[in-house]
Write a protein that binds this ligand. Structure first.
Ligand SMILES: [Zn+2]
Length: 161
């Protein structure tokens, strides 16, 4: 995975995969990189774009809780790793993207990038120590967190983090 540059991540989040990255950490990082974050009613969870020299992260204003943070971190990951040339305008949609309109190779690239951004968000939210702590808790009543933990375990198998 060319993508997972832990050193690049830790320049921004020194405690990535050590302690949970919070909403506050996200806002602080956006401020540091002068990313403009907007919360609007969108037809997708979120997207990020670069326009006229500024970076934007847009988040669906209907999202809350884990879903909000997951989307915010997913988009931040695109900023960190997928932003092309500084002078280019671009936009990354959070899903659904138009699967039929992109060629196979391109499609694989896009899918790998999306999977990676999801993995980044999950690791940020549920670092290993947190996952181990939660393994001893009864999560049967907390379906959302339980599902996140299950996905996080898959990420560990896929990326080794
Ligand atoms: Zn994405």
């Amino acid at each position: 995975m060319k993508h997972f540059s832990l050193s690049r991540i830790r320049e921004v989040f020194p405690e990535f995969n050590k302690r949970p990255i919070t909403e506050n950490d996200f806002w602080r990082a956006c401020k540091r990189f002068r990313i403009i974050v907007k919360q609007l009613p969108l037809s997708v969870d979120g997207y990020c774009e670069r326009r006229r020299g500024r970076y934007y992260i847009l988040i669906n204003s209907r999202l809350t809780g884990y879903k909000w943070l997951h989307t915010a971190l997913h988009e931040f990951c695109h900023f960190l790793f997928d932003a092309p040339d500084q002078n280019e305008n671009y936009v990354f949609y959070r899903r659904p993207y138009d699967r039929d309109s992109i060629r196979d190779g391109m499609k694989r690239t896009v899918e790998a990038r999306e999977r990676f951004a999801d993995a980044f968000a999950l690791i940020a939210m549920l670092p290993m120590p947190e996952l181990e702590r939660l393994a001893h808790e009864d999560l049967t009543e907390n379906h959302e967190l339980l599902r996140l933990c299950q996905e996080r375990i898959k990420v560990r198998a896929d990326y080794g983090l």
